[in-house]
Design a protein around this ligand. Sequence first.
Ligand code: GMT
Length: 375
Amino acid sequence: MKIGIVCYPTFGGSGVVATELGKGLASEGHQVHFITYSQPARLDFFSENLFYHEVAVSQYPLFDFPPYESALASKLVDVVRFEQLDVLHVHYAIPHASAAYLAKQILRSYGIHIPVVTTLHGTDITLVGKDKSFKPVVQFSINESDGVTTVSESLKKQTLEFFDITRDIEVIPNFIDLERFFNKKREHFKKAIAPDDERILIHTSNFRKVKNTTDVVRIFHQVNQKIPSKLLMVGDGPERSNAEELSRQLGISSSVRFLGKQDAIEEILSVSDLFLMPSSSESFGLAALEAMACSVPVISTNTGGLPELNVNGVTGFLSDIGDVDDMAKNAIHILEDCPRLEEFKKAAYARAKDFDIKQILPLYERYYQKAIDSL
Ligand code: GMT
């Protein structure tokens, strides 16, 4: 198939899923065209089957708000026509699904009929989509898509609750490349971070409010009082300075390292013992899956799709949003006993295997074919 993929080209979960999916499809022999405003962060190699088309938005003094959606729709028309694409797969509803809808209508005037598959990732529904300034457009473009997928049962349920949806939604979960994400022995690196064999806790995110990064610091504060330990904070975003400030106030800043954005996240996860994800909303929790693939158990909240990934008492523990005491208690329970920690590590890896890209990719391929056949 010739597949067009539209996504946010950043480190965010939806961009990562879209890019890894495109790379996987290309290695299966499909021709994949990324159509985005800059090269996707994870598009770190090119092959004969991978193409990248940049959406450029012209700047005019009149434009206080450059019309990205129109530029994207025009680019989609251009790429679909000249590359003869079979299907468009847009990730994140706003503004990708509505731009694809517009492109589809324009293409009809050229006698071209292309199906649009929309994948909802989370905040496009739970935060942004609910906003009444976007809601009618989001609802319309979901209903007008030829296929709609969500990354968890929970997100499907929320979509059906928030919007008036008249079409079927398929759940296709996030996935992981187990050839890249696995536990690599990195003793030198581990020694550099934890010279006295302290336990290593880790959090990776974009440090948005929804990630509750100050709860990460509070949980670690309690763990650190009981267990010699270090905390790695990976990523960057609006809440980082608050988390840094809190670690100073709590007197633990010498045990907390803020590493900023990192490409080789699997290397850092490989030296870690426990992943902390106290988010107040998480449609799936890709960062937790990446940790589990590297044999790192997860302490998380029980929100959104997290219970569909993290098995309570087996691969980690689930707690109510904001229940820092419970999350700290569970973290200590896992970390204080070596054989128990090993059990949790093994179980985390075993669970990650259920989301192997090799199993999930065919689900998308079949779904594309169904959308093509439906036209
Ligand atoms: O988590 C983020 O802030 C990034 C966000 C995004 O929209 O790119 O990630 C969302 O999509 C990921 C991939 O499907 C999911 O694994 C994340 O759980 C989801 N984030 C939220 O729902 C907050």
